[in-house]
Design a protein. Structure first.
Length: 212
């Protein structure tokens, strides 16, 4: 099995605070830098894309975002950063499921109609679309495995709140699905050991300084 990709969730704050973290991550060979949806995530990722050569990730807050607008912003961003974007969506809420549906639909080449709980679209299109084909990778973020429609839409499960030791039966069962990816969010900081969180069996290990 190939070693997992490594990611780092960056702290919020001005560039003067973030810049040394980015430089250290690049020096350490971190594969992807991620940001939270803090109000201006696409602008932050655009700046990162000019200063960092690895992949770029966004943890979306579906409760505060209109997914159709964000889908357009992220499609443009993916073109700007030459196809290096991936996105994590908390999929346990109605807004999260609507966001997954809208991202998937608008990032397809066909007109998209959808009526969800938080948004309705009729023959909508996102032009130009993202650079990646068919679209940027979508992670369903949460403590529980995505199920139903969320499992169909997401490329993988990014496990939050995992416990050290062996992966849970839910992770093992999800892993058996054809093509399913599994990532894990692990604490980052002095004394943190990503390997304690069955990281060697994951496709992505996302280090989060705020995780406990």
């Amino acid at each position: 099995m190939a070693p997992p990709a490594t990611g780092l969730l960056l702290p919020s704050g001005p560039w003067a605070l973030v810049e040394p973290v980015v430089a250290a991550a690049a020096s350490d060979g971190v594969d992807a830098l991620w940001v939270r949806d803090d109000g201006a995530p696409t602008a932050r990722l655009a700046v990162l894309g000019r200063r960092y050569a690895g992949r770029l990730g966004l943890v979306v807050d579906p409760e505060r975002r209109l997914p159709s607008v964000l889908a357009k912003e992220l499609a443009s961003l993916d073109r700007l950063v030459e196809g290096r974007l991936e996105v994590a969506v908390p999929a346990w809420s109605e807004a999260g499921l609507d966001t997954l549906e809208v991202f998937t639909g608008l990032w397809s080449p066909r007109p998209f109609s959808y009526r969800g709980v938080t948004i309705a679209l009729e023959d909508a299109r996102c032009l130009p679309g993202p650079r990646q084909v068919p679209r940027p990778r979508l992670w369903a973020l949460g403590r529980s495995a995505p199920s139903g429609r969320a499992a169909e839409l997401a490329d993988g499960w990014l496990v939050a709140g995992a416990r050290p030791g062996r992966p849970s039966p839910a992770v093992t069962d999800y892993r058996r699905r054809e093509g399913a990816l599994v990532g894990v969010v692990v604490p980052d900081g002095p004394g943190a050991d990503p390997g304690a969180w069955w990281a060697e069996e994951a496709d992505l290990v996302l280090r989060d300084p705020e995780a406990r």
